[in-house]
Design a protein around this ligand. Structure first.
Ligand code: BG6
Length: 498
């Protein structure tokens, strides 16, 4: 982290939306409480709705009500917020915004530093970026940065068009593409676990690792996002970004330095080394699913096709299991199994590294196989790492029994647990782009994903094919059993077992 107390004005497009209320205002508040914002920070919200400053500030206060506070602090915080009703296609509104920013800049001495955060429908990203430049909002004495939410395009072609539009107004180093998984504590910990421990890094290759499993399962369904999800599916919503990013962090070579450029360059190499698959081959490497009715957390729930905004015959996948191969010296022959789905039995994101078995088992008593060593990185809901090893547990005899060396990051104080958006916003203020996705990564991910999307568009599947509250379709098990493996699933205790 370069410095604290960054001075800047944050302009939020989509200021009345769900993301702003649920994630951005609470994150800004937490940074404020922790003293990480300059006294003189300022936030300008813009959105279509005609709100007064007062109404906007009340909304902001509502969005942070869950945190302990006293009224004075709340009011002090809210005073930093300003609002302009805004039509993103109307140039006059940009002029008005620019005037307000200049006034605030002078008042708060924010040195011309501006963050433009686009927390809204992606179809306007290009227009906003162009208008910000043409109306002079990027022309300041300080720095300007553009923060963009996903989805970044729908495929490589549309992502390229969007990128070209944005790049007319902002240079690559000014663009911060958010992947909120990169702000998660344990995702950031992957690098430290790998590169600060001799015992792991020396085993981190195809000589010692049998397979790697990356799972992100959710119990929620599509809720009220049916319309968006119909055009995205799990492939574009989770796989193209969050899942491939986690895989790249697990698989990359040690960077020569921990700078954004060096880390990115290693991640890009992983994505370039992904074994390409053809449309005809997709079924051998990818399994898709869509949830049916079922029981989740003891409640009966509807099928995906019964959700608002979803076609009754929809062929959109809500589950993916994939086998990826990385063609380089370190990973040749090691399958990376990736799985993500909605309406599964548990909400959990974790990475399991399964080590190879010993060449012979001295303790083999015929019916008892030794448990493989596993390193599990728990990303959420619990944060921690578990190393599964074998040891003698009984007083007599030497039968190896699996035991777990467990580290849980126990953080009860809600205010002190940093959340992904808080971390990323702060990084952006400090100009640290390490945990944002560079265009090269976006382009390579789309290139890989487009083939799968095309194959799936060609042929509908037999949906729905898994019950809500289950671990997904049967074929997902077969994807691994063909290779002699199985998924390691989280149990209620937060450990993985067969
Ligand atoms: C978002 C997806 O990017 O990530 C959502 O659009 C998904 O569909 C969410 O629910 C999952 O995030 P998290 O942090 O809850 O795992």
């Amino acid at each position: 982290m370069t410095s604290i107390n960054q001075k800047s004005i944050i302009v939020i497009f989509g200021a009345t939306g769900d993301l702003a209320n649920r994630k951005l205002y609470p994150s800004i508040y937490r940074l404020f409480r922790k003293g990480k914002l300059s006294e003189n920070f300022s936030v300008v919200g813009v959105a279509r709705r005609p709100l007064t400053n007062e109404e906007f500030r009340n909304n902001v206060k509502k969005s942070i009500h869950q945190y302990e506070h006293d009224e004075i602090e709340y009011d002090q915080f809210a005073e930093h917020f300003h609002y302009i009703p805004f039509d993103v296609t109307d140039l006059a509104h940009y002029q008005e915004l620019n005037d307000l920013l200049s006034q605030l800049d002078e008042k708060h001495r924010t040195e011309g530093n501006r963050i433009f955060y686009l927390a809204m429908a992606p179809e306007f990203f290009g227009t906003i970026a162009a208008n910000l430049k043409s109306e002079g909002l990027t022309d300041t004495s300080g720095w300007t940065r553009l923060v963009i939410e996903k989805p970044f395009g729908h495929n490589l072609e549309s992502a390229q068009v969007l990128n070209d539009q944005i790049r007319h107004s902002f240079r690559e180093e000014q663009i911060y593409r958010i992947d909120h998984y990169l702000g998660k504590e344990m995702v950031q910990n992957i690098e430290v676990i790998r590169f600060a421990n001799a015992i792991f890094e020396s085993l981190w290759n195809n000589q010692f690792i049998a397979n790697i499993q990356i799972t992100s399962s959710e119990t929620l369904g599509v809720e009220d996002r049916g319309k968006y999800y119909e055009s995205s599916g799990a492939l574009r919503d989770m796989f193209q970004n969050h899942m491939l990013q986690m895989m790249a962090l697990i698989a990359m070579e040690p960077p020569i330095k921990l700078t954004p450029e060096e880390i990115r360059s290693e991640k890009v190499k992983v994505l370039r080394a992904l074994k390409p698959i053809t449309e005809d081959d997709v079924n051998n490497y990818f399994v898709r699913g869509q949830y049916d009715r079922g029981i989740v957390e003891e409640k009966a729930v509807n099928a995906y096709r019964e959700s608002n905004g979803v076609e009754p015959e929809s062929n959109t996948e809500t589950f993916i299991a994939a086998k990826l191969l990385i063609n380089n010296f370190r990973w040749a022959g090691v399958p990376f199994y990736i799985r993500t789905g909605k309406r599964m039995s548990t909400k959990s994101t974790e990475i399991v590294i399964q080590f190879k078995d010993l060449p012979m088992n001295l303790y083999d008593d015929k019916d008892k196989q030794m448990h493989p060593n596993l390193l599990v990185i728990h990303i959420q809901p619990g944060e921690g790492i578990t190393l599964h090893v074998n040891a003698k547990k009984e007083e007599h005899g030497t039968t190896p029994t699996p035991i777990m060396l467990n580290y849980q990051n126990i953080e009860n104080d809600k205010m002190n647990t940093t959340e992904a958006y808080e971390v990323l916003l702060y990084d952006c203020m400090c100009g640290d782009s390490t945990n944002f996705t560079h265009w090269d990564e976006v382009a390579l991910s789309w290139k890989y994903v487009d083939i799968i999307a095309k194959a799936w568009e060609r042929k509908a599947d037999n949906f729905p094919n898994y019950l809500s509250g289950s671990t997904g379709p049967k074929d997902s098990e077969r994807l691994l059993s063909r290779d002699g493996f199985h998924w390691w699933n989280v149990t209620e205790k937060g450990y993985t077992e067969r």
